[in-house]
Design a protein around this ligand. Structure first.
Ligand code: SAM
Ligand code: DTB
Ligand code: SF4
Length: 328
């Protein structure tokens, strides 16, 4: 049998059974399919589990910007790189609530609060818990991304009404050490376990376009898909190159390779929300449409991500209109 035909047969059978543990070679074989075959397969999986025209929208707010102790090679907020991002204090709760209200009015269903920390101190966590309670009370789903958690912190977040905790694996175990030296890939997995054990929904994905290989990308997806339970939400970020970071000059990823990554995420995690995340501002509407066809069904919505730009709401509303998409 032709290699690509064989691959077509395997995952379709796999997704109809309860659980399939993916191997890196299976996911690499997906990447190697002709693009149209891959899109067809991904769209088939997508339609079995989701309304193909419905897109979930999350608005992000950086509640604590800059001055981070970690050395993540892509990040504008690391104190180790000279990026021009100023260190700020933790925002007051009322400012966060005002931003959340606005996000709701504009049509977001989830509000994600991000902090440039290695992990939260207990005192800071108390303030974040207030943010979660108040944002939740507005009728929005809540998500926070605060770095690595210590014992008991995930439970406190759950009690405050948090829905999702975002903590990306970012890349595979092999490439991780070339991107970040101040914590390990295993540390990330440990926090993800704590989040899951506390009964929170898991949001975890990664970044592509950092100079990693296709095998690294495939291995990252395998890692996510084979977690005890796949993350409910899987953000796929395209590197936003930040001047002053070690990754400022990395070669841009072929946009079709990005689309393939979305499709492979959709096929390997059939019931997860796959989010078209950072890097959308540089994408044409046509490329975004291809990403939705490949199975992306979530996006960041609002003019800003954490420190970088995102398409403005007017452009996204026009895109929804042109493509006949509906917000979730
Ligand atoms: N400090 C916390 C952490 O690292 O988990 C939360 C905030 S951190 C900025 C959240 C995620 O944003 C990272 O894990 C990474 O996936 C993404 N990110 C950060 N900078 C990025 C960039 N320049 N391009 C694409 N994604 C980026
Ligand atoms: C995620 O996966 N991407 C978001 C969110 N989770 C926290 C962050 C993207 C950050 C892009 C660079 C910036 O704005 O600083
Ligand atoms: Fe800090 Fe998170 Fe940026 Fe890493 S990705 S430097 S942990 S804010």
């Amino acid at each position: 049998m032709h290699a690509s035909a064989q691959v077509l047969a395997t995952p379709l059978a796999a997704v109809s059974s309860d659980r399939h543990l993916w191997t890196v070679s299976e996911v690499l074989a997906l990447y190697e399919l002709p693009l149209m075959d891959l899109l067809w397969q991904a769209q088939g999986v997508h339609r079995r589990h989701f309304d193909p025209n419905a897109i979930q929208r999350s608005t992000l707010l950086s509640v604590k910007t800059g001055g981070c102790s970690e050395d993540c090679g892509y990040c504008s907020q690391s104190a180790k790189h000279k990026t021009g991002t100023e260190r700020e204090r933790l925002l007051p709760v009322d400012e966060v609530v005002a931003a959340a209200k606005l996000a709701k009015e504009k049509g977001a269903s989830r509000f994600c609060m991000g902090a440039a920390w290695r992990g939260p101190k207990d005192k800071d966590l108390d303030q974040v818990l207030d943010m979660v309670r108040e944002v939740k009370a507005l009728g929005l789903q809540t998500c926070v991304t605060l770095g690595m958690l210590k014992e008991g912190q995930a439970e406190k977040l759950k009690e405050a009404g948090l829905d999702y905790y975002n903590h990306n694996v970012d890349t595979d175990a092999e490439f991780y050490g070339q991107v970040i030296k101040t914590h390990t890939h295993a540390d990330r997995l440990d926090t993800l376990d704590q989040v899951r054990d506390a009964g929170l929904k898991v949001c975890s994905g990664g970044i592509v376009g950092m100079g990693e290989s296709r095998k690294n990308r495939a291995a990252m997806l395998v890692q996510l898909a084979n977690l005890e339970k796949a993350p409910e939400s899987v953000p796929i970020n395209n590197l936003v190159p930040i001047p002053g970071t070690p990754m400022a000059g990395v070669d841009r990823l072929d946009p079709f390779e990005f689309v393939r990554t979305i499709a492979a995420a959709r096929i390997t995690m059939p019931t997860s929300w796959v989010r078209l995340s950072a890097g959308r501002q540089e994408m044409t509407d046509e490329l975004q449409a291809l990403c939705f066809l490949a199975g992306a069904n979530s996006m960041f919505y609002g003019d800003k991500l954490l420190t970088t730009g995102n398409p403005d709401v007017e452009r996204d509303e026009a895109l929804f209109e042109r493509l006949g998409l509906t917000p979730v």
